[in-house]
Every structure is written in structure tokens, then in C-alpha cells.
Design a protein around this ligand. Structure first.
Ligand code: GLC
Length: 567
């Protein structure tokens, strides 16, 4: 096993972590001042969302300069201090690599749009219009057409995300060389890897063919024409050969729409160009695929469905490649609101979800604030939101489309990206201790009760439970290496699985829901299984044969004989 298979990653959204200079925006010195908080939690690797100069449209994912730090986040020397502080504590730093697109303010694009014969023209994807409209019906992820007419040359450019995020042309070897060089720049500064943004969108199907018309929007997502495209593996293998193979670093690709088989190719230990990927199957469970905008919908799903999806990745990738484990990030709602209960059972359900995250096979990712058990923000006014995706939805649906604002706000409450982007609550005091100025986005209204100060002072808090789980994961190789077996796939609320490795077997019991569950007749816990960790009972205790609402338990059995008892 490699260091990145044994690691736990903590994701930082710098804008919202901690502001050290009072401008209302989190920054690098803010992060550096909290390294002991992260070290105590026990995480090994920090993934830093983009801190480069940017166009101000998509939270840093619209880059204007790949080799510098945006002034609001600090400077390159500040960044070097952060890296040194991490390395001094034995921790590592992973940077965000956003190379499917740039900002439209990037010097390459400013050049490219000047004329059709500009040397940078071919860095991007340009096409003439068709019948007075865009070249094809492809929609952008953030609404509207994925093609934007540029009046200077009367041609359209492709942008799979915001209009201000033109897609790079990966068929152009000069573009690929630029990317390899910028990667080398950061690697030579001593970073420990890359999280690769939307990396399986680099290769588009030639000709940009139309996709099937969407339900009630003119421009559907043409995923079959840009996810896992024909040249993707060629590009990523070249990237590995030219750059990554020369360093001991980790890579994780953001790859919507991949199957375990495709993931096995991408992350094969010998031939795979990446170390691990983010798959999205469990993110789709509560979406309505028949809707025009599935990701904004919320539909019920069953616990067996969740088990099927997670279990499929556990078994089909085992021994073939490597997965990452996540239940939240800066693009999705807070996990306790989405998969748990953010009301009366907020704390036990946050702990249960953490138990799941840390006891499956794969590298776990903790998104900032989840270790505090923060729920969704649910602002009552659209004026409090900042995310381009959310504001575009509101504009298209309410302002232009005349839909009921309350219904659209509810979608935003459930699925909006700003749920995860509110400032980290460090204290219950002014501005949650995040800034001495005015925060760039309002605070989560729960900050007076749910903040780092309160949580650190409470030995039973979500934070300390995360710390215990991270330790547990380190001490039990069966979690990293073992086989996974779902014991009761059909049960409507019990998620029970084994993690089996050499002479050790772990039994994980998760009661997914607000009802107590009597295990009698459902599952026998072997008499000599020892409780390692639970969110109700203490290690070493013999808890009752009834699981409390959202109760989670991790047991260990050691001898081969005992292991047989559960097979
Ligand atoms: C990824 C990022 C997201 C961003 C998008 C475009 O999905 O995680 O935040 O908006 O790519 O770069």
C-alpha cells in the first residue's frame, strides 16, 4: 500500500476558511495559523481549492494565471510558509489543477479572441454558427448554451461551464505542453499532488454532434460527447509519462460518469494514469434523472439503493484500482443535511456518516466543517447567495422563466453549492471568528451553537469522533486493505458490512434512520467481538442488542475461528 492509500485528505475552500487580514475573504496565512487544528484532527493531506489569480466568476475555478497566488489569498511567500508548515508536521499539500478551461481573462484567451489567425486561437475550441445559432445544442453545466458567440471574429467558443470559462483545446500539443510545464512548476516547488478538476472532460467527440433534446430546456448537457472522450487516456498517459512519473505524488481525478471498469483502467496500479478518482454514483441517488436539471432535484431513495451503489464500487474496484471516499465537497450540500438528519439527530447522524466514510476501502476526503457537523445554510433571500450556478438557476427560472421563487429557493436550500461555502465557524462570537471585516458571504445561521470552539470543548463532539475514526483507520489495516462484504443488502435501514484482512475482521453496523432497531433475528454479533468505536457506546462496552436511532458501531474479531463465525 502507498502513502496516499493510507492517507486521509482534508479539503480546504480557502475563501471560507479563515481571514487573517480583515478583507472578508479567507487567505493562506489564515490556513497556516490553523495547522495545529488540522494536525490534531489527524488528517494527512490538505487539498487546497484554487488559490491562483482568477476572473472572479467561479470561486477560483476560472484561472487567469497558473503560476501565482491571487492577492486576496496572499502571496507566493505566504504559500511557501503554508507548505513548510504542513511538511514540518508531516502533512502534505495537494493543489487543484484546473485545465479543462481557463478564465476568459487569461492572457491566452485575450489573445485567442483577437483574430482567427492569432497564434493562441487554437488554444481554444472555436466553430462558426449553424443556421443563425450555436454550432450544436450542447448545454453548459451552469445553464444556457455551451457555445458563446464572440463578436470580434463572429465565431463561437465552447464553454462547458460558465460563459467566462472557455474550454482549452487539448488536441493542440502546445496546450498540453503548457499544462505539463505549469504542473512541473508547482511540483518543483515541492507539492505532493494534484486534484484534477473535471479531468475526464478534456477530450470532446469530434464535430461536437447534437445531443438528444432535453425536457424543457433548449440546451441539454451532452455528456456522452465530452465525458471520457476518445483521446482522454492518450492525454492522461502522456501527462503521466511527461510529468507525474518523475515525482512521488498523488493524483485524484474528478470524473463524473465513470463506471468501476473505467475507473479500474484510469487507476490501474501499473498502467493507470491517475492514482484515484472521484466517482459520482452516490451523488446521483437523490436526483431525478428525468428532470431537465437533475442535480437541482431532490427525490427520496432507499438505504438498500445506497448500499448497492457504494457496495458496487467496493467490490468491483477491489484489487484493480483505487477509489476516493467522499460524501461532500465545495460543490454539494452538507452531508449531514443530505444523507443524515440535521434536526434532532444531527450529532449521531454526522458521526454515523463519518463511520461509513472512514471504514470503507479508498482514501477518505473530509470537507472543511464536516468535522463540526455543520448543516446546510438555507438563506431566505437570493441576495445572500454568491455561487454562479445558483444565481444562474434563479435568473433563468425565476427572473426570466417566471417560476415560483419559493420552489426555486427550496431547490437551492437542498442542493445549492453555497451550503458548503459559508465561512468556517471558529467561535460563537462576532463573524464566527472568521474575519474582523465583512464576510464575503453570510455566515451559516447555526454558528453560535456549532463552531470549532464549542466542539473542541466537548469530548463527545463530532470533531473528536472524527479524530478517533482517523486513528482507528490507521491502526487497522483491514480498513485500507481488506475485502468488503455487505451482510444484509436488502435490509431497509441496517447497513452492516465486514472488512476482512489476514487475521483481522471488522464488523461495521450502521442504523440508517430515526427508529431504534432490534437486532434479534436480524444479525447476531459474535459473543467475543469487541467494540472498537461507537457513537453511543464506549470502546470495550458490550452494548445492547438494539441499535439506537443513527447508531454506528465498529467491532473487531481477531482469530480465524471468530472470523468464520460471520462468514
Ligand atoms: C469542478 C469544480 C467546481 C467548478 C467546476 C468548473 O466541478 O469542483 O467547483 O465549478 O469544476 O471548474
Amino acid at each position: 500500500m502507498t502513502w496516499w492509500q493510507r492517507s486521509v485528505v482534508y479539503q480546504i475552500y480557502p475563501r471560507s476558511f479563515l481571514d487573517s487580514d480583515g478583507d472578508g475573504v479567507g487567505d493562506l496565512p489564515g490556513i497556516t495559523s490553523k495547522l495545529d487544528y488540522l494536525h490534531t484532527l489527524g488528517v494527512d493531506v490538505i487539498w487546497l481549492c484554487p488559490v491562483y489569480p482568477h476572473g472572479g466568476v467561479d470561486g477560483g475555478y476560472d484561472i487567469t494565471d497558473y503560476r501565482n497566488i491571487a492577492p486576496e489569498f496572499g502571496s507566493l511567500p505566504d504559500w511557501k510558509d503554508l507548505l513548510a508548515g504542513l511538511h514540518a508536521r508531516g502533512m502534505k499539500l495537494v493543489m487543484d489543477l484546473v485545465v479543462n478551461h481557463t478564465s476568459d481573462q487569461h492572457p491566452w484567451f485575450l489573445e485567442a479572441r483577437r483574430s482567427t489567425d492569432n497564434p493562441y486561437r487554437d488554444y481554444y475550441l472555436w466553430r462558426p454558427g449553424e443556421g443563425g445559432g450555436p454550432p450544436s445544442n450542447w448545454g453548459s453545466h451552469f445553464g444556457g448554451s455551451a457555445w458563446q458567440l464572440d463578436p470580434a471574429t463572429d465565431e463561437y467558443y465552447l464553454h462547458l461551464f460558465a460563459t467566462e470559462q472557455p474550454d482549452l483545446n487539448w488536441e493542440n500539443p502546445r496546450v498540453r505542453r503548457e499544462v505539463y510545464d505549469l504542473m512541473t512548476f508547482w511540483l518543483d516547488l515541492g507539492i505532493d499532488g494534484f486534484r484534477m478538476d473535471t479531468i475526464n472532460m478534456l477530450s470532446k467527440v469530434p464535430g461536437f454532434p447534437d445531443t438528444a433534446p432535453g425536457a424543457d430546456y433548449a440546451y441539454p448537457l451532452a455528456e456522452e460527447h465530452f465525458l471520457n472522450g476518445p483521446e482522454l487516456l492518450t492525454y492522461l498517459r502522456e501527462m503521466r509519462a511527461e510529468v507525474l512519473s518523475k515525482y512521488d505524488v498523488m493524483t485524484v481525478g474528478e470524473t463524473p460518469g465513470v463506471s468501476p471498469d473505467a475507473a479500474a483502467v484510469l487507476t490501474d496500479p501499473q498502467t493507470g494514469p491517475l492514482n484515484m478518482i472521484f466517482q459520482f454514483d452516490h451523488m446521483a441517488l437523490d436526483k431525478d434523472p428525468a428532470s431537465a436539471r437533475p442535480r437541482w432535484t431532490t427525490v427520496p431513495y432507499s438505504v438498500p439503493e445506497l448500499k448497492t451503489v457504494l457496495g458496487r464500487w467496493q467490490t468491483e474496484l477491489h484489487g484493480r484500482g483505487w477509489n476516493s471516499l467522499y460524501l461532500s465537497n465545495h460543490d454539494v450540500p452538507r452531508l449531514v443535511s443530505r444523507y443524515g438528519d440535521d434536526g434532532a439527530s444531527r450529532v449521531p447522524s454526522a458521526k454515523l456518516l463519518a463511520t461509513l466514510l472512514f471504514t470503507l476501502q479508498g482514501t477518505p476526503y473530509v470537507y472543511q466543517g464536516d468535522e463540526l457537523g455543520i448543516p446546510n445554510a438555507k438563506f431566505t433571500s437570493i441576495d445572500d447567495y454568491r455561487d454562479v450556478d445558483t444565481l444562474n438557476l434563479y435568473r433563468e427560472d425565476v427572473i426570466e422563466g417566471g417560476r415560483d421563487p419559493a420552489g426555486v429557493l427550496e431547490m437551492i436550500h437542498n442542493k445549492g453549492r453555497d451550503n458548503a461555502r459559508t465561512p468556517m465557524p471558529w467561535t460563537g462570537g462576532e463573524n464566527a471568528g472568521f474575519t474582523t471585516g465583512t464576510p464575503w458571504i453570510p455566515l451559516n445561521p447555526t454558528f453560535r451553537d456549532i463552531n470549532a470552539e464549542t466542539v473542541l470543548a466537548d469530548p463527545d463532539s463530532v470533531y473528536w469522533y472524527y479524530r478517533d475514526l482517523i486513528r482507528l483507520r490507521r491502526e487497522h489495516p483491514s480498513i485500507v486493505e481488506g475485502r468488503y462484504d455487505d451482510l444484509r443488502p436488502e435490509h431497509p435501514t441496517l447497513y452492516a458490512y465486514l472488512r476482512t484482512h489476514a487475521q483481522e475482521q471488522l464488523l461495521v453496523l450502521l442504523n440508517f434512520g430515526g427508529q431504534a432497531l432490534d437486532l434479534d433475528g436480524v444479525l447476531d454479533i459474535p459473543a467475543n467481538a469487541a467494540l472498537l468505536l461507537g457513537n453511543y457506546a464506549a470502546p470495550g462496552e458490550v452494548p445492547a442488542g438494539v441499535l439506537q436511532p443513527w447508531e454506528a458501531r465498529v467491532y473487531v474479531t481477531r482469530s480465524a475461528e471468530e472470523m468464520g463465525a460471520l462468514d
